[in-house]
Design a protein around this ligand. Structure first.
Ligand code: ZN
Length: 139
């Protein structure tokens, strides 16, 4: 069995944002030389997510509105986590809803997606450099 590991770096210039990382993960699959296996992609931070969905701007706007309704950033005093002096409690909650990782099958050297599936990095506490792990195993 072959194994491949790579860290991808993102620095989203705003508090939150979505980045399509599909092309970067596809590059990893090529680099790995693995033809049949599994690709795991996970955020290495507890205030950002990796998820699969549609590459459609309206949907991304809808996520923003929905997540802000579920867990508004302000007032920061509403969250016990922020008693520690942080202001990112809501980013932890948003990360939980949007998920930590995705696993995609690798078939004939390609990510084996459904028709509209794309991989996104979801940032909820940005303006700093953060990491995403790509681990691919197979033959
Ligand atoms: Zn925190």
């Amino acid at each position: 069995m072959k194994s491949y590991r790579k860290e991808l770096f993102f620095n989203v210039p705003a508090r939150s944002g979505f980045v399509n990382i599909t092309t970067e993960v596809e590059k990893c699959v090529k680099e790995s030389g693995i033809k049949e296996g599994l690709a795991l992609v996970n955020s290495m931070h507890i205030t950002s997510s990796v998820f699969i969905n549609d590459n459609e701007q309206g949907l991304h706007h809808d996520y923003d509105v929905w997540l802000e309704k579920l867990a508004p950033h302000a007032p920061v005093s509403r969250y016990r986590h922020n008693d520690t002096g942080e202001d990112n409690a809501e980013a932890h909650l948003k990360r939980q809803v949007m998920g930590r990782e995705v696993v995609v099958a690798v078939t004939q050297g390609e990510l084996d997606f459904g028709t509209w599936e794309q991989i996104f990095y979801g940032e909820f506490d940005g303006r700093r450099r953060k990491r995403v792990l790509v681990k691919i195993i197979g033959e």
